[in-house]
Write a protein that binds this ligand. Structure first.
Ligand code: AQP
Length: 331
């Protein structure tokens, strides 16, 4: 390993990643491998906040890792591993929970959105999720964290916890910087442009999974909500649903939303949506091919994950030791 700056990011194995996960985060995971020493983690402990079916959980972990390999996470350059295989994440999370306030966690919008009015019945893991995420990041002396816009607040909390710990003892943790893309940081749901695209959404029509078949993609995009009028123009305020679709197309085709508006302005929504569906299908085809390859090689994937976990454990050990030394529980 070189002395390049460390970068960490994770994805919950709650289901197959969708276009929002890809355009907001995963796509950047691949390019950032050239500039950073990257650790990419399938954060299965986070997924336990909602996952209850053990068989599905095991399958989702494997599928998510296979998809990360398919999109271009390169294990020669980056460390790819499963969170629960490196016990330092859970250990540091407990320690950091003693440096985080209930009030801070109560202000997290993702928690409020996920539990709604049911706070009393929500499991404590949903509430303390950002502490575990802080531990994931800080365990590796991480300098950069590529995430979608929805994780910005959690990352800010990780920075606060790191500063608080550093101030209480010594400068143990680097203060991690978010890397949030200028475009595509919040891809919205296809059936409700007021909500972000989410794996756990009630309706599968709200997202395009990276494994969706061409016909499913055509159907989902054809049924995507659009705004009134028929002109294809990029206007986030007046036409938020269309702006979301134009953003997706712009990232898939490497054209700006303005260029696309000029191209489709008078062609109507139906033509635009049909072309968008074909563009997404073409874009996903090679990814899906590589995904099938990895899915058919479980021994290879599991061996790569075991190697990744071993490397991560070695990288995590000095930080854990230093933190324990600071708080006086050094063994
Ligand atoms: N809609 C989105 N647009 C852009 N980026 C997104 N991300 C998630 N949704 C969007 C980014 O994807 C990375 C992995 O996210 P995650 O799976 O760890 O958790 P999440 O943010 O909670 O994503 P989901 O899809 O909404 O999952 P569920 O439904 O299981 O909670 C992160 O960098 C995230 O910002």
């Amino acid at each position: 390993m070189t002395a390049a700056k460390r970068l960490f990011s994770g994805i919950q194995p709650t289901s197959v990643p969708h276009l929002g996960n890809y355009l907001g985060a995963l796509k950047h995971w691949v390019t950032l491998q050239s500039d950073y020493q990257c650790l990419y983690c399938v954060v299965d402990l986070h997924a336990l906040t909602t996952a209850r079916n053990p068989k599905e959980t095991t399958a989702n972990i494997f599928d998510t890792a296979s998809m990360l390999l398919a999109i271009g996470v390169d294990v020669e350059r980056s460390v790819l591993f499963v969170q629960s295989q490196v016990s330092g994440h859970a250990e540091l999370a407990w320690i950091l929970s003693c440096f985080c306030y209930m009030g801070e966690l109560g202000r997290m919008t993702q928690f409020k959105e996920k539990v709604g009015a049911e706070q009393e019945a929500a499991n404590a893991g949903l509430f303390t999720y950002p502490v575990l995420m802080s531990a994931d990041i800080l365990l590796y002396n991480t300098r950069a964290v590529p995430v979608g816009d929805d994780q910005k607040q959690h990352l800010e909390l990780a920075r606060t916890i790191a500063r608080r710990f550093n101030n209480a003892y010594e400068a143990v943790f680097s203060i991690p910087e978010p890397i949030i893309p200028a475009h595509g940081a919040r891809i919205m749901s296809l059936d409700d442009p007021g909500k972000k695209m989410s794996k756990s959404a009630a309706s599968a029509m709200s997202f395009v999974a990276l494994t969706d078949e061409p016909d499913a993609i055509r159907k989902k995009i054809r049924s995507a909500v659009t705004d009134s009028g028929r002109e294809v123009i990029y206007d986030e305020t007046a036409k938020p649903a269309l702006a979301n679709l134009l953003t997706i197309m712009s990232l898939v085709c490497a054209k700006t939303p303005q260029e696309l508006s000029a191209l489709y302005r008078d062609k109507g929504y139906a033509v635009f949506k049909s072309d968008l569906a074909e563009a997404v299908i073409t874009f996903l085809m090679p990814v899906q091919e590589r995904y099938r390859h990895w899915k058919d090689s479980p021994d290879k994937v599991n061996a790569l994950l075991a190697q990744g976990a071993e490397r991560a454990r070695v990288m995590a050990a000095p930080m854990l030791e230093r933190v324990k030394g600071c708080i006086g529980i050094k063994m």
